[in-house]
Each structure stands twice: as C-alpha cells, then as structure tokens.
Design a protein. Structure first.
Length: 368
C-alpha cells in the first residue's frame, strides 16, 4: 500500500515560524508516525498567522490563492484520498470548497473539523449552516472529536450515521506519557507553578486567567504563571503584568516540542479556561504528562473528563470559580496527586497516539 498517495490539508508551518496550534501539532504527529509511513503523503499547507490576525481582505486573498492551487495539486498528484482538517468560520467554508473540488476529481475525502466555535456559528447562522452542510455532505467520512461533534454531524449536517466516526485526539505521545513517572511527590509548602499553553486570545479565557492569578497573588500565595503561546492578547497580557507588578508571570511565546516538554516538567498545574473547544491538544498533553488540570465544560471535554475525578471542570467566563479551583490545588496536594493519577490513566486508556492513528488508518484502508 506504500504507493497510495494521501493528501493532507492542514497546518504545516515552517520550522522558524514557531506556530504550534492544535491542527499543526496533530498534522506533525500524523506524518511522523510509523502507522502512516506506508503512504506517500502530500502536504497542503493552510496555515494562517494569528499574531496579529491578518485583515479580512488578506485572509480572503490567501484563501483564493489556495483554492486556485488546490485543483492543480489534485490534477498533478492524483491522490487516492484527501484528509482535510478545518477550523471554524472562513476556514470551514474554504475547506468545504476543497471537499467539493475533491469529489469533482473523484477523490475520496475525510473532513475533520477541529474548532468548537464551528458548532456555535452553525447554530447562530442558518446561511452558514446551509453552506457547510451542502459542502461537507459531499465528503465520504465526517471525523469527530467526540459525542457532541457526532450529534452535530448527524443532526445538523445530516451526515450518514455509519460514516460519522469518532477519532480521539492523538496528541498523547510516548514522550509525554513518560513524564508522569518523573513527577515528585506533591507538597503543601512548595511554590505552585501554573501553566497555560495555547493561543493567547480571549476565547481561550486568558483574561479570566490573568484576573484569577492576580487575585491569588494578592492573597500572598507563592505561585507563578507561565503562558506559552502567542496571539492577539499577548501585548495586553504583558501590559497587565506590568500594571499590577506581577513579576511572577512569564510569557514565552510559542514553544517547540523540546521546549514544551521542559515547560510541562517544570509546572505543577495546567489551566485552560477556554470559552469553546473541540478536544484540545494542550489539555491532553498536560494530562498525559501527569499534570493536574483545570478546564471548562465546553466542547467534548465533559464527555471524557469527570469533575473532581480527572480534572477540575468549571464553567467558562467565571473568574471567581477559576480562582477558587486554582486555590484548591494550591492548598491540597492530595487533590493534585489524585487528579494527576486519574487524568494520566484516562489518557493512557483513551488518547494514546497509536490507537487513534490505527483507527484512522483503518478508515483510509476502506477508501483505497
């Protein structure tokens, strides 16, 4: 089967760009995996800078250029199957058109939406829903991150239930799983290092995190916060830290793989207070590494994580409850230990890289 060509539409940023969003990380793991080494992989990059976010006209121009290039790539390479990752909004429309082009060339297609906001946008706009419904239904398979996505595909997109498949997040790689064994026994009096990893934007709950952390610092706790990533709120986060003399906040920018592992090793608690999500890579990576986590009840997170068992799960946009949850983990080393153990075991049982990629590979075999 090594002669079969698989075209992947996703995020393949240049090494020096330091963009490590969820789709970029998922694509990287996939193309480096042994499971997919048997395919001739053709990479079609749809990366977009988000720091700063380009003007709408620039985004439109870039999308049009990609849509002109896409059928040329199909004609030249003649892939057997196209795997298309998409985000929300404009990305979903662009990738839907790519699904349409693929079928014009009689190429099998799997569409894999990864942004939780896509469901909200579809609920808020019948025109948007009608457009992506028309385009997405032409795909052979609709891949989902969890039950909420599967319900959306079947009820809203009206996709064939037999071809709507849940593929669990595959970011729990072995190097992260091994970190759990190196964690020291939690203590009451030690400094607690909080970690956030992802896009530094309001939708990730960065404002709430900064406010909650400021309140806890003012209470006199020995804590630090490391924000790994970049985005529209990066400048605001720096100004916020300076305004309130929060010298215990560090903003690193994007981290490559080795740097991310180092940040996970040096941290005690992971916090992701997002307004919406699918099933975020950063959360799975933190759980895999044995970090106790705080997350919000959005996307498919509640489908997998039980509050007070695998993580502390709170409502989004709630500074007070976020502060309370962070304070609980500062004061209770046994709770940190419990969440660390249970979260790590959950990931080993559900989100291991090899298991998810084998399932995806099985679907591809059916299309070849």
């Amino acid at each position: 089967m090594s002669n079969y060509k698989l075209l992947i539409v996703g995020s393949f940023p240049k090494k020096d760009s330091k963009i490590y969003g969820g789709i970029a990380r998922s694509c990287q793991i996939l193309i480096e995996s042994e499971e997919f080494s048997r395919f001739q992989i053709i990479k079609f990059d749809s990366s977009q800078s988000s720091s700063p976010t380009p003007h709408f006209l620039i985004r439109l121009y870039n999308a049009l250029i990609r849509l002109v290039k896409f059928p040329i790539i199909l004609l030249f390479h003649r892939p057997k199957v196209n795997l298309i990752f998409c985000s929300d909004g404009f990305s979903a429309l662009e990738k839907g058109i790519m699904v349409y082009f693929s079928k014009l060339f009689n190429i099998s297609v799997l569409i894999f939406p990864r942004a939780g906001e896509l469901i909200n946008q579809s609920n808020n706009s019948s025109l948007f829903l009608g457009t992506i419904k028309y385009l997405f239904k032409k795909a052979d398979y609709f891949l989902c991150q969890g039950d909420e996505w599967k319900k959306f595909a079947i009820e809203k997109i009206k996709f064939n239930v037999n071809n709507t498949i849940i593929i669990n997040n595959w970011s729990a790689t072995n190097d992260l799983i091994k970190l759990e064994k190196s964690r020291s026994e939690p203590k009451v009096d030690k400094k607690i290092n909080f970690l956030f990893s992802g896009w530094v934007i309001k939708e990730k709950g960065v404002m709430e995190l900064l406010s909650a952390f400021k309140n806890l610092t003012n209470k006199g706790y020995n804590i630090s916060l490391k924000i790994v990533g970049d985005g529209r709120l990066m400048k605001h986060s720096i100004l916020f830290s300076k305004k309130y003399n929060l010298n215990n906040i560090s903003l690193t920018g994007w981290a490559d793989r080795s740097e991310l592992i180092k940040h996970l090793e040096e941290s005690d608690v992971f916090v992701l207070p997002s307004w919406q999500e699918g099933m975020p890579n950063s959360l799975i990576e933190a759980l895999a590494s044995g970090l106790p986590c705080i997350a919000t009840s959005v996307g498919v997170i509640p489908n997998y994580l039980t509050n007070n068992q695998h993580a502390l799960i709170i409502k989004p946009r709630d500074v007070k409850n976020l502060e309370i949850s962070m304070e609980r983990l500062i004061l209770d080393p046994e709770l940190r230990k419990k969440l660390s153990k249970n979260g790590h075991l959950l990931v080993k049982n559900v989100f291991l890289t090899n298991n998810s990629l084998k399932k995806l590979s099985t679907i591809l075999n059916q299309l070849i």
